[in-house]
Structure formats: C-alpha cells, structure tokens
Design a binder for this molecule. Structure first.
Ligand code: IFM
Length: 463
C-alpha cells in the first residue's frame, strides 16, 4: 500500500476569480478577467465570474466543507482588485476584511492558509497603464505584496507570489486566449520578465513584514516536454527554455538561459532586463509549487505538410509558443480528460525527479493536480466520478514514486475543491471534487471527495 510521510500536507485549491463572485461589491475594482468575460465571444456560453460559486457569501459553509474533508491546508488566492481596487494606494477595508474572515476561519478549523497573491486577476487600471509588459506593474505588485504581508503575515502559513506565470504571459499576451487578450509576442516576453521581477520583489517585500517567518513560494505550471524521437532534441530544448527555464532560470539561478535569449532574438532583444533584475528575481524560496496536468510532446517541424498544434491553440491563430515556428506540438495517445488533455502520470514523476536533480535541496509541493470529467448526475442525485478517482490515484502514486526516488515533495493540493469558472471555458468544465449546482449553488460531495477524505485521513492510497 502506498503511504505518504506523516508530515505530508494535504489540501485543496481554488482561485479568487474562479469561486468568489461578488465582482462589484464592497468596493472591489474591475480586473482584466471582468473585462475579458464581459466581452462577447471570449468565454464559452458567455459565462462570467460575476457570481462564480458565490463563495464570497458562502464562506462559512465552504470552510465547513473543507473541515469535513479533513484537509490540513487550503490554497486560495487573494483578489488584488478586491483589496487594492486600482492596484495602487491603500487597502479597501471591506475587501481586506473578507480575507481576515477566510484566514481566521481556516485557522479556527485547524487548516493552514496557503495564500496566492496573483492568480491572474490584474486590476484593470494596471492593464490600462501597460499591464505585465510594463515594468511598473512589477513594482505595483511588490507594494501590494507588502500590504498583504502587513495585514495577514502573522497568520498565513505559505505565501505563493504568482500562479502559473506561463499562462499570464503567453496566454494573456501571446495567444490572447486569456485576459487581457493581447497577441503580441514581444509583449509576452516582456511580461515573462516583469512577472519574474515582480515575484522576486514581492518575496523581498513579504520578508520585510510579519510574513518574514512564513514559507515563500511560487507556483509554476512546468511542462514536462518529451520529443517524439531523439532527432527532436532541439525542439524539446526550445520548448523547455520557453516554458520552464524562462522562469526557473531567473527565479532559482538568477539568470535567463542563453538559449532562450538566442531562440527569441527575432522577437525581442530583452533590453527590458535591467542590471540587477535577474538577481532581484532570485530570492531564496522555502518550497517550489508545481502544477501538473499532463506532459507535452514535440517534434521538429521542417515546414512541410500540415503542422500539428496539439497545445490547445487553433491552427492559424496566434500561438503561445513564441519563436517555435520549427516546433510541432503533437497529439498524445489517450485516455483524455474533458479538457482533451491526455492522462499520463509518468510525466509527473519524471518532472519531480528532474527538479530534484536540477535544484537539489529545494522542497517541492504539488499546488495543483486534478481533472475535468463530464460528471453526470446519477438517478440518486450524486456524481459517481470513478474517472476522477482513478486520475487522482494515478497521480498520487506518481508523487509517491518521486518521493521514493529522492524528491522532497512536501504536499499535494487537489484542483479543485469545487466546480468553478474554468476561464475561457466558463462553467462547462468541472474540476471539483465537490459539485456546484449552477442554479441553486448547492454543494454536493462527489465520490472523489469521499475518496480524498479517506486518503487525507489515513495518509495512504487505498488498493
Ligand atoms: O483552473 C485552472 C487554474 O486556475 C490554474 N491551473 C489550471 C487549472 C485547470 O485549467
């Protein structure tokens, strides 16, 4: 039987825009995702996060839900425009008070708060002033981090600066399928840099507050890139530079990889990187957050025949893979989740072992892993999601295998606590272990929630 270490932290994860709702209440300012979702045609079914899961108004019962699952930690994100509406100036007190209630409610229930500062909801005013491609956004982010550290620093267990900066930069400014829907490769690379810089400055700012003793982290959706054959090694290296080392380099080693700069030289000269920026991005971290859903398969493309674009972007549309004209993203064998992502947990083990090898001594934490499935409601009114249980079991086994191989993995957070707003897919894709009825907002445990509660309680995977 697979058993996890006694100290292993078990949790579930959500993000503010995906669950909170209350988009224009208590002084919250607009974010780029309000603008995006209110723009016709950008989100499936015209869905918005206006109501989301109404978590803002159902906080107490959602906290009870977490307590019922028995988790030791809860990963949530703070909505920047709720606490600092325009991204500058003092705190919006009613918004800040919401997170006091959330954090205190977790602590009362014996659940460790794991707070993400930025899960994609940039205040619209900051986007209007240039967004992440503009250097000032990194400085604003550090100031916001300082305010958060001052307010909640004495109570938060782990601070995560950014969630998946890959998405913020490349989907937000490259392919434009996420807010703010810009399709400008040079801007996307400038965003990469200012996210890295903002991360480092935010860690410094947090450490200067009562948050100084808390664990500092960042969450990356690292891509486990494989080649179709050995002849595709250059394609693998390029995709790895853009997806992984563009962040790992500055954040963990204080330098951008040379091959990244070279591969993107036709797009930008990287002159937005000023002296001292890479050192500032590289702050000591206590744990690295890893989000994993599936691996990536690439092949060298010589320009002949139709190019495969199995990375989710439509053929002919702007690609998030900047300067990858010679790289094909190849469809992988199934089975697939409802997102069309292939299920392959071996990539998670390999990724964790690579991180262990490349960054020895840095603890790791799975800050997201999970899957969307069709989740029909049975005649009994319940969701018997055996497919999700199987997905979670496979991936937890993969984590255990990485631990056995020497990787220092400290915890695991299921994405997600409950069905929520899945960005451009709206509410059509359900990732929750708890079902949310879109009409009534009623929460119902799926089979996977019962299964996860047992895993958390025993620290073991049932056979
Ligand atoms: O829902 C998202 C989450 O916000 C970030 N990581 C991936 C999840 C599933 O797409």
């Amino acid at each position: 039987m697979t058993t996890f270490p006694e100290s292993f932290l078990w949790g579930t994860a959500t993000a503010a825009y995906q669950v909170e709702g209350a988009w224009n209440e208590d002084g919250r300012g607009p974010s780029i995702w309000d603008t995006f979702s209110h723009t016709p045609g950008l989100v499936a079914n015209g869905d918005t996060g206006d109501l989301a899961c109404d978590h803002y108004h159902r906080l107490e019962s959602d906290l009870d839900l977490l307590a019922g699952l028995g988790v030791g930690a809860y990963r949530f994100s703070i909505s920047w425009p709720r606490v600092q509406p325009g991204g500058a100036g003092g705190l919006n007190e009613p918004g800040a008070a919401f997170y006091d209630r959330l954090i205190d409610g977790l602590l009362t229930r014996g659940i460790a708060p794991v707070a993400t500062l930025y899960h994609w909801d940039l205040p619209q005013e900051l986007e209007d002033a240039g967004g992440w491609p503009a250097r000032d956004t990194a400085l604003r982010f550090a100031e916001y981090a300082r305010l958060m550290g001052e307010r909640y620093g004495d109570r938060v267990h782990t601070w995560i600066t950014l969630n998946e900066p890959w998405c913020s930069a490349y989907l937000g400014y490259g392919s434009g399928v996420h807010a703010p829907a810009r399709t400008d490769p040079a801007a996307a690379l400038a965003a990469v840099h200012h996210l890295n810089l903002g991360h480092g400055l935010a860690v410094q700012a947090l450490r200067s507050t009562a948050a100084g003793d808390a664990d500092m982290s960042v969450t990356l959706n690292l891509h486990h890139v494989r080649g179709v054959s050995e002849a595709d090694a250059a394609a693998v290296r390029k995709a790895d530079a853009l997806a992984n080392r563009a962040f790992l380099g500055p954040m963990l080693e204080g330098a951008y990889p040379r091959d990244l700069i070279e591969a993107t030289s036709s797009v930008t000269d990287w002159s937005f990187v000023r002296d001292g920026d890479e050192a500032a991005a590289c702050q000591p971290l206590d744990v690295l957050g890893v989000n994993y859903y599936n691996p990536t398969l690439v092949r060298h493309w010589d320009g002949s025949g139709a190019k495969e674009t199995a990375d989710g972007h439509q053929d002919g549309a702007a690609s998030p893979w900047i300067a990858c004209e010679d790289v094909e993203f190849v469809r992988q064998p199934g089975p697939y989740t409802e997102m069309g992502w292939n299920i392959d947990e071996t990539g998670l083990t390999e990724l964790l072992l690579r991180l262990h090898r490349d960054h020895p001594g840095l603890p790791l934490m799975i800050t997201e892993n999970g899957a969307a499935f069709p989740d029909p409601v049975g005649q009994d009114g319940l969701v018997h999601d055996a497919d999700r249980i199987d997905y979670l079991r496979r991936h937890l086994s993969a984590v255990a295998e990485a631990i056995a191989g020497g990787a220092d993995v400290r915890g695991y957070f299921v994405w997600s606590l409950m069905d929520n707003f899945e960005w451009a897919h709206g509410y059509a894709k359900r990732f929750g272990i708890v079902r949310v009825d879109r009409e009534t907002m009623e929460r119902t445990w799926k089979d996977s929630a019962h299964w996860y509660r047992d895993v958390v309680a025993t620290g073991k995977l049932p056979e």
